[in-house]
Design a protein around this ligand. Structure first.
Ligand SMILES: *Cc1c(COP(=O)(O)O)cnc(C)c1O
Length: 224
């Protein structure tokens, strides 16, 4: 097995360390954006099934290279442009980043055409953050009934990201707010927490944490 990192086995060692700290009910999404297929393979060898990607043009060739690993489940976590919806629906059974009604409707329509029903996380914005998309809680409540009627997606949870520079205590509150909103909407899953804050998110009720650099090491380029 060829290792993609300087120190052989580093990725696997980090994965074991995180798994050891992960409560049973918590799912670890390995965010492989910016890292090659060989790195995904290393974790697949350990039993990791769920991988997250945020750019279609990067993900598709990687998925092709790994097509022998039929057990892998790919999660789309990036900002989703309208013209990429069909490609995403074809290649990703789970989408974490649905951030508008228009996008939700489009995904549903195209998913039905493709004979798919992706699992859907709705992205919420719990603090002002011009850099990020997502619903404010009241805006989501307003369209919630409608979103639930869309036949081509299966709502399972909320996804959120803390704005850069949020203090630890406020970050904790933000994660709690996401959990509370998910409970109100009767959604099981909260996708929240990344390499730097996944433990906080877990304490606040995350069911999925999205960890990239904490597993694979620093990304070669700054990828959103
Ligand atoms: C890149 C990314 C992550 C992982 O970030 P790390 O800090 O490397 O763990 C998680 N969620 C989303 C939406 C991302 O784009």
């Amino acid at each position: 097995m060829v290792s993609s990192s300087a120190e052989p086995g580093m990725i696997q060692a980090r994965w074991q360390a995180i798994q050891a700290e992960c409560p049973n009910a918590l799912n670890l999404l390995a965010v492989s954006k910016g890292h090659p297929a060989v790195a995904v393979r290393e974790l697949a060898d350990m039993g990791q099934i769920d991988f997250g990607e945020s750019r279609v043009q990067e993900a598709l060739p990687k998925q092709k290279e790994l097509s022998d690993l039929t057990q892998l489940r790919w999660h789309f976590i990036g900002r989703l442009q309208a013209n990429k919806v069909r490609a995403v629906v074809r290649a990703f059974p789970v989408i974490h980043s649905i951030d508008s009604q228009e996008l939700a409707e489009r995904i549903s329509r195209i998913a039905l055409e493709e004979g798919k029903i992706p699992e859907a996380f709705f992205q919420v914005k719990l603090r002002d953050d011009p850099a990020k998309g997502g619903w404010e809680p009241d805006a989501l409540r307003e369209v919630w009934q409608h979103l639930q009627t869309l036949p081509g997606l299966k709502p399972i949870g909320l996804m959120t990201m803390a704005p850069l520079g949020v203090e630890a205590s406020d970050r904790q509150t933000l994660f709690h707010d996401c959990r509370t909103l998910a409970d109100e909407l009767d959604l099981t899953h909260c996708s929240m927490g990344m390499s730097g804050d996944w433990k906080q998110a877990a304490k606040a009720g995350a069911t999925w944490v999205r960890v990239g650099s904490g597993l694979f090491g620093p990304r070669p380029e700054r990828l959103l």
